[in-house]
Ligand binder design. Structure first.
Ligand SMILES: [Zn+2]
Length: 70
């Protein structure tokens, strides 16, 4: 069985990104897009529920978007 390439779209610029060990910034295409997305989270630029959210209760999704260390 050969590996099937998984292609995703960068959340920031929608550019196609190959999901593999070399895509260390996945799901982003580059560090720049990653930082842009994180910046939008911090400033509330991302799409968030209309209901008010207390900063203390604001959990940032963690895990899958962090590059593994090799
Ligand atoms: Zn991008």
């Amino acid at each position: 069985m050969s590996k099937t390439a998984t292609i995703i779209a960068c959340p920031t610029c929608k550019k196609s990104v190959a999901w593999n060990e070399k895509a260390i910034f996945r799901p982003f295409c580059s560090e720049r897009c990653k930082l842009i997305d994180l910046g939008e989270w911090a400033s509330g630029g991302h799409s968030i529920p209309a209901e008010p959210v207390l900063p203390e209760d604001f959990d940032v999704p963690a895990g899958s978007d962090l590059p593994e260390q090799y």
